[in-house]
Design a protein around this ligand. Structure first.
Ligand SMILES: CC(C)(COP(=O)(O)OP(=O)(O)OC[C@H]1O[C@@H](n2cnc3c(N)ncnc32)[C@H](O)[C@@H]1OP(=O)(O)O)[C@@H](O)C(=O)NCCC(=O)NCCS
Length: 143
């Protein structure tokens, strides 16, 4: 059996992607709604993974800069965590980055998700810090 797959989100997917992010970051984690969605959403590459019923259950975004890029807003629905949807989204974002000539990703990982990113080849650099009141650590990975 193959595991979950992911794809780039289209404009039509946006309401479902935004609703998933709201459930995870605003309702579950208490991030203020006004900072959860930001201006970067308009230009980011958004990826998603669906369950067998076709519902969007994981998402994340890639922000492309000059020769480097950032991944953020990684979220999987609470009920599907640990089943590979998050890893599928991350792999799709890496694929999209490589297709744009990006050689390195830097991201701000929630400390509780550090192991998830380490499994995907990231290394933590520097000290922990607070963002939106949540402990984070910067992590990097070459593509
Ligand atoms: C972090 C998150 C996106 C991971 O999604 P997921 O679908 O549960 O992850 P996967 O099932 O694809 O896990 C991939 C691997 O990472 C591991 N993993 C997942 N979450 C982990 C965690 N928090 N700590 C350590 N390892 C973790 C899995 O066990 C799996 O390992 P394996 O390859 O050995 O089987 C999800 O837990 C989530 O939405 N958390 C709440 C929001 C959040 O913290 N987002 C990150 C913001 S930086």
């Amino acid at each position: 059996m193959t595991g979950p797959s992911a794809s780039v989100a289209t404009a039509a997917d946006w309401p479902e992607v935004a609703a998933l992010r709201r459930r995870v970051f605003v309702e579950e984690q208490g991030v203020p709604a006004e900072i959860e969605q930001d201006a970067a959403d308009a230009t980011a590459v958004h990826a998603l993974s669906r369950d067998l019923a076709g519902r969007v259950v994981a998402t994340g975004r890639l922000l492309v800069g000059e020769g480097t890029a950032t991944i953020g807003r990684m979220a999987a629905d609470q009920e599907v965590r640990g089943r590979g949807h998050g890893a599928a989204v991350l792999a799709e974002l890496h694929h999209q980055a490589v297709a744009r000539g990006i050689r390195q990703i830097e991201l701000h990982a929630q400390v509780t998700a550090r192991g998830f990113y380490e499994r995907a080849g990231y290394t933590a650099v520097g000290e922990e810090y607070l963002e939106a009141g949540i402990p984070h650590v910067t992590m990097v990975r070459r593509l």
